[in-house]
Design a protein around this ligand. Structure first.
Ligand code: MRU
Length: 366
């Protein structure tokens, strides 16, 4: 069953992840922009399905959803002993963790919830601590988004009012991807509100069209002028459209600053380097994985060939010659040397990223 969402969060004109009285639902991103509808997530199997099929997507949003799914599982086991409830939560975490391998926020959130249950004395305590930890992860993301928007907008401050140019972005990094203001798109929307961004070039983001379907829809909700462009058009359009900067998100940032993000990000970074346009990555600290030394060690999710070979939507019309095969890596790695700066809730991190990222991960948030 699904129902229309009327709820408005203080962060966005639409609610992305709803947690109310122990009930979870997410705005179904596979149906946007045509249908704005929440789907309930009643158990771990439904959460796995929603994450794997990308009803909920974006690194922080899948972490938050998985954390709530563990809370639901722990509540289901509240009558069991602490050991039995914890074992069940760990089994559920393994299932959820297998859905999407690249975004480290998923693993980070699952580990945080399971670790928090370690000292619980009975099933009720396991359920209580799993729930408060999931709620904390969600609340911290909202706060991280506010901090990233403030820090990111400072990068645009040098642009005089009235001459605010374009920025370019790839994939979707708005409220839909975090449940809060968003990461890169949060900076862009805040930049528009302050007169620092006049227009956005939105890469359509083949094959799942997160840019065309989701980012364009979100920019419409916030009244931000933009054009959707084919991914391959970006290098040619950057000089003529007065593009001041690129802002993208991340699914995992390795210890040396190499960044996994939606496939096509690397190409955009190369185009920005060619044209001398700053290339900024905006991501919460939960996306930084100091245990992964560099991009080569980041697992890249491979998705179904049909995502490339067929249209999205009900008819799934063929786009390629019958029998054509496709390669469908969902992400690529942008080498650290193409990244001008990384914005986290700790502030702006500049190269050399190794020591700077380590310091940022430990900066106390005032
Ligand atoms: O496959 P998706 O749509 O989950 O990929 C999302 C991205 O690549 C985003 O850029 C990233 O998760 C950052 S979202 C704040």
């Amino acid at each position: 069953m699904a129902w229309m969402s009327n709820a408005r969060s203080p962060e966005a004109p639409y609610e992305v992840i709803r947690w109310q009285g122990g009930q979870l639902s997410v705005l179904d991103q596979t149906r946007l922009p045509w249908t704005v509808e929440h789907v309930p997530i009643q158990d771990v199997a439904a959460a796995c399905e929603a994450i794997a099929t990308m009803r909920v997507r974006g690194a922080p949003a899948i972490g938050i959803t998985a954390a709530y799914a563990l809370a639901i599982e722990a509540q289901r086991c509240a009558g069991a002993s602490a050991a039995a409830a914890r074992a069940q939560v760990e089994r559920a975490a393994a299932e959820l963790g297998a859905t999407r391998p690249t975004a480290v926020n998923l693993r980070w959130a699952l580990e945080r919830v399971t670790l928090a249950t370690r000292d619980a004395v009975d099933g009720i305590a396991v359920a209580a601590v799993a729930t408060t930890t999931a709620e904390r992860i969600h609340a911290e993301q909202l706060e991280a988004d506010r901090r990233m928007a403030a820090a990111g907008v400072a990068l645009l401050d040098a642009v005089p009012r009235g001459s605010a140019g374009s920025v370019i972005t790839h994939c979707n990094t708005g409220p839909l991807a975090t449940g809060g203001l968003g990461t890169a798109l949060g900076v862009i929307i805040e930049g528009y509100r302050r007169g620092l961004v006049g227009h956005v070039l939105v890469d359509e983001t083949r094959p799942r069209l997160q840019g065309a379907r989701l980012t364009s829809w979100e920019l419409q909700q916030h009244g931000v002028p933009h054009h959707v462009i084919a991914d391959g058009a970006a290098p040619g359009l950057i000089p003529g459209r007065n593009v001041r900067a690129a802002f993208v998100g991340a699914d995992r940032i390795a210890a040396n600053g190499d960044t996994a993000n939606k496939v096509g990000t690397f190409g955009l970074a190369l185009a920005c380097q060619y044209h001398g346009v700053p290339f900024y990555v905006v991501a919460p600290r939960s996306t930084v994985d100091l245990a992964t030394p560099d991009g080569a060690a980041i697992p890249i999710e491979t998705r179904d060939e049909d995502e490339v070979l067929r249209t999205i939507g009900a008819e799934r019309a063929a786009l390629a010659a019958p029998g054509a095969r496709a390669l469908n890596p969902a992400f690529d790695i942008t080498p650290a040397e193409l990244i001008t700066a990384i914005v986290t809730e700790s502030g702006v991190v500049r190269p050399p990223f190794g020591p700077a990222l380590r310091a940022a991960q430990e900066t106390p948030l005032g």
